[in-house]
Design a protein around this ligand. Sequence first.
Ligand SMILES: Nc1nc2c(ncn2[C@@H]2O[C@H](COP(=O)(O)OP(=O)(O)OP(=O)(O)O)[C@@H](O)[C@H]2O)c(=O)[nH]1
Ligand SMILES: [Mg+2]
Length: 218
Amino acid sequence: MFNTLLNVERAIVTDIAGTTRDVLKENLDWDVAITLIDTAGIRQGEEVGKVEEIGIEYSKQSADEADLVLFIFDSSQPFVQEDLDIWNFIKDKKNIIIANKADLPLYNNQLPFDEDKILHISTLTGSGIEELKLQIKNTVCEFSVEDAEFITNHRQEECLKRCRESLVRALDAAKINELQDMISIDLKAALLALDEITGEVITDEILDNIFSHFCIGK
Ligand SMILES: Nc1nc2c(ncn2[C@@H]2O[C@H](COP(=O)(O)OP(=O)(O)OP(=O)(O)O)[C@@H](O)[C@H]2O)c(=O)[nH]1
Ligand SMILES: [Mg+2]
């Protein structure tokens, strides 16, 4: 699924359970910026070794931190306790329920969610993938409206404008193959402008600005 969404063979795929161990992260630019993370499947048993166990721990952390979890199960196989445990672990997070391997005969499972919530797809044939991409994009767009922190004052607006100007300069410089050092000056200026909003650097100017707007008592 990771490879299909990225359109590139990035993750190793085999028919051996426990193939993915490390956390793989890639950025997608589908009009909105998305970081896609692939992690180890969460499972138990004697065959789970030390390395996979660490991978599973990372999986749980990643699921905890993610804004959206893609819950993928194999619709051609019985939905077992292990699947149910993973579902229970993520069900309170924003999620998309994906039944993969739609190219194979459907196993008649009792599932803990409504049939109309399931998106049937096949990474093999590509069926349902466009619909999945749309759902991911729509969910992410909802976040940006619901969860966005809006700029709250004129100083922040000025910082963002300066950031934009620096980025445009950097882009123009890159287009004419300007020296990297020159481009990086503008990129750094863009970062500094953002840092003034996030509070990572405090310049004298910010302090002057704050002091000119607020009366700070002794
Ligand atoms: N028939 C069919 N096989 C698929 C499909 N998607 C994946 N597979 C096969 O399922 C197997 C497991 O795929 P992986 O992508 O490695 O699965 P995973 O969930 O990442 O597995 P782990 O990394 O081991 O946790 C491979 O043999 C794939 O070729 C599909 O849509 N249809
Ligand atoms: Mg994998």
